[in-house]
Design a protein around this ligand. Structure first.
Ligand SMILES: N[C@@H](CCC(=O)N[C@@H](CS)C(=O)NCC(=O)O)C(=O)O
Length: 357
């Protein structure tokens, strides 16, 4: 009998505050994966661990999530395993969805059901792909919005206090790697050094503005004043672009979930994305859908408001939630109905147990 521990296993590289890594974490719960099926390996983005040569060998983009899976032809524990790395959220979740089904013979101890999350029809597949494409588009980039979540002096001061420690640690990690390489303590390719240098420059551009974040405009040099103005301009444009993104999403969603009453892959992307946008807008995990959406609308500003055309009673019925005392005429935004449905799921409760991120 082969030793069970020798069976090649997939490893999910993640960071607990990463938005995109939350998508496969939600998928593991929704698909009923047992804790023995996937090794969870944390990569600390807050101190630049993702730029280490050892992680770059796994994912040269230096991003999480990454899923490293044994090639199916080598599942025999007697044969030395070979692995491949899946490096983007969409492909990882599709892989996790396909790899645990009612028919699959995995080495799991989990007896949880394995619902299919892939869309069942061509038409649903089109909607699902559209929603995922919008969520991963440049205009929707939740990490850019995170770094640009200030459009005036007061919010810049707050942002600078919260981001300076991690961005400083990231700069220090990159400096150390570049320096060690020069001293030949680590040996990496020219391409890797170039990658580190580009990341360093991009991080410094934000860091320059944040370093002066606690200063009043009158204390700034002309150069620093210009950098701050440019930052506010870029931030205003990023938050303004979100209006189109949210409107597009609202028009695609059938409700309360993307494809109606059945949770599917696109909902996992949407749940993680919306949780981040809501947090940046000042919402909390305990907020109900209407409150969270209202905070997002308020944060975007310009009197932005999503169409409230979805029946609350119908949304609750489709999500399997009690709908007593809900007037038949009450309407809400589709994203509010989505939030109410998704936040009741055990997967959401587990991934956001410590609050939104
Ligand atoms: N297109 C990639 C994007 C992944 C991504 O941007 N991940 C972020 C965390 S949410 C990251 O690893 N950033 C690296 C860093 O912060 O240095 C995907 O879909 O997986």
């Amino acid at each position: 009998m082969p030793d069970g521990s020798a069976i090649p296993k997939a490893s999910l590289y993640y960071y607990n505050k990463s938005i995109w890594a939350s998508v496969p974490l939600l998928a593991l719960e929704e698909k009923g994966y047992g804790p023995d099926e996937i090794d969870l390996k944390e990569v600390d983005l807050s101190n630049g661990e993702n730029f280490s040569p050892s992680y770059l060998r796994i994912n040269s983009n230096a991003t999480v999530p990454t899923l490293v899976v044994p090639l199916s032809t080598t599942l025999d524990p007697d044969i030395e395993s070979r692995y491949k790395a899946i490096k983007d959220t969409k492909s990882i979740v599709e892989f996790l969805d396909k790899s645990r089904s009612i028919q699959s013979r995995t080495h799991s101890t989990s007896s949880a059901p394995a619902p299919t999350l892939a869309p069942a029809t061509i038409a649903f597949n089109t909607v699902s792909n559209k929603v995922i494409e919008v969520l991963h588009s440049e205009a929707a980039d939740p990490n850019a919005l995170h770094f640009m979540n200030a459009r005036d002096d007061a919010s810049l001061k707050q942002l600078s206090e919260s981001l300076k420690p991690t961005l400083g640690a990231k700069c220090a990690a990159l400096d150390r790697l570049i320096d060690d390489n020069q001293k030949a303590e680590v040996h990496v390719s020219e391409k890797t050094v170039r990658f580190w240098e580009l990341k360093r420059v991009a991080t410094s551009m934000i860091m320059d503005v944040l370093e002066d974040g606690d200063k009043g405009v009158e204390e700034l040099s002309d150069e620093a004043k210009n950098k701050r103005l440019e930052f506010f301009k870029a931030a205003s444009s990023a938050w303004s672009s979100l209006k189109t993104v949210l409107t597009e999403l609202s028009s695609e969603i059938i409700g309360p979930y993307v494809l109606g009453d059945q949770l599917s892959i696109a909902d996992l992307h949407l749940a993680a994305w919306l949780a981040r946008i809501a947090r940046l807008s000042g919402a909390a995990a305990s907020d109900d859908g209407n409150t969270a959406v209202h905070k997002i609308e308020d944060h975007i500003g310009d009197s932005f408001s999503l169409t409230k055309d979805f029946s609350v009673a119908e949304a609750r019925r489709r999500a399997g939630l009690p709908a007593t005392n809900v007037p038949a005429t009450e309407r809400q935004a589709r994203l509010a109905a989505f939030w109410d449905g998704v936040k009741e799921r055990p997967s959401w409760k587990k991934v956001y147990a410590d609050g939104l991120h």
